[in-house]
Design a protein. Structure first.
Length: 356
């Protein structure tokens, strides 16, 4: 029984279903109930193990943590979380082929190592070291046989703050049960009643696009068989492709605090915060603002005195022009001071955002 079949459960008794990948009908071995999947591409759902109350508790614990600005938990206006079921294409396929290349042949030899003795009057050759030298090469032919499955994002999840699983993505997203090549346990046949409390996100990535991306990943994985070969050549074929659609639960919650709105994404299966932005502590910004203000306050009198000395020390300057120049410089200094104070006040109030 394949990994994907083990993940299915009977809708009547909850026992594992022994159905092959791609089958649309079967019988439960435990209770004898007949199970029929949806016509066309089979659709499955991962039930959420985290409810809205637990989701709010998870976010509240972060708001009370040391990485978030003090007082945010009491001032934040938390909005009710929304459960989304996001789609992932599951492509199971078999990769077969052959890889040809040249494999180097190495010869190992132990040689003595000359070292100085403790009294620095004699030399010792008791130590030995193994060295490798290339003595030739040989032709190698390796069979490529790979049977696995790949998950590809069925919609653009960047708006939720979740990176997409594609042929260019990493093999894992930290905190999620579903990975690029792993299907979590507990899949159930999609029933509209199961998503009554959530939002079912329709796929925007066409199945042909997902199959093409999965084929790219499978071919890349098959190249690991020829690793270490020189002047290698490989030919592979992807066959037996079977496609399913899996909906994965994600909670999205937002809250308002300190004049800004923040959004958090919580995994419905593991309860992990996948991504989010929180108001960060402002102590460091307060220090920066205070230092910048003190430096500017010390420089303004020095600049004014220097300009006054330059104006009085210049005998060629017109008497009527010096007061006008001094007045213009002072007005500019006052305006710059007011602007700097406003900027520093904004920096101090905003603080650093803590990003998960």
């Amino acid at each position: 029984m394949s990994e994907f079949a083990r993940a299915l459960t009977c809708p009547a008794c909850g026992s594992p279903l022994e159905m092959r990948d791609g089958d649309v009908a079967g019988t439960c071995a435990s209770c004898g109930s007949s199970v029929r999947l949806a016509e066309g591409i089979p659709r499955f759902l991962m039930p959420s193990l985290t409810d809205s109350t637990e989701c709010m508790r998870i976010v509240r614990r972060i708001l009370d943590g040391p990485d978030v600005r003090r007082g945010t938990a009491t001032r934040a206006r938390v909005r009710p979380p929304v459960l989304y079921f996001v789609p992932y294409w599951r492509i199971n396929a078999q990769v077969t082929g052959v890889a040809l290349g040249v494999e180097p042949v190495w010869r190992e030899q132990e040689v003595p190592v000359v070292s100085e003795s403790d009294n620095q009057e004699s030399w010792s050759t008791t130590a030995r070291r193994t060295i490798r030298t290339r003595s030739g090469w040989r032709a190698v032919e390796k069979d490529i046989r790979l049977l696995t499955g790949i998950n590809i994002s069925g919609a653009d999840l960047e708006a939720l703050g979740i990176p997409s699983l594609s042929d260019r993505s990493q093999l894992a997203i930290e905190g999620m049960e579903i990975q690029q090549d792993v299907v979590p346990e507990g899949l159930v046949v999609l029933d509209r009643s199961d998503v009554a409390a959530g939002v079912l996100v329709n796929p925007t990535v066409h199945v042909s696009t997902a199959v093409a991306k999965a084929s790219t990943v499978l071919q890349r994985l098959s190249q690991g068989v020829s690793r270490g070969l020189e002047q290698k050549w490989a030919r592979v074929a992807v066959t037996g492709t079977r496609v399913s659609l899996i909906y994965y639960p994600l909670w999205v919650m937002s809250f308002d605090a300190w004049g800004s709105r923040y959004k958090v994404v919580v995994d419905g299966r593991t309860g992990s915060v996948l991504s989010g932005r929180f108001p960060g502590p402002r102590e460091d910004r307060h220090i920066v603002a205070a230092v910048a203000g003190a430096v500017w306050g010390a420089l303004v009198p020095s600049i004014a005195v220097s300009l006054a000395r330059m104006a009085t020390a210049s005998p060629s300057a017109p008497a009527t022009g010096c007061p006008a120049v001094m007045l213009a410089v002072l007005v500019a200094l006052v305006a710059a001071t007011v602007k700097l104070l406003a900027v520093l006040d904004g920096i101090e109030r905003r603080g650093n955002d803590h990003v998960v």
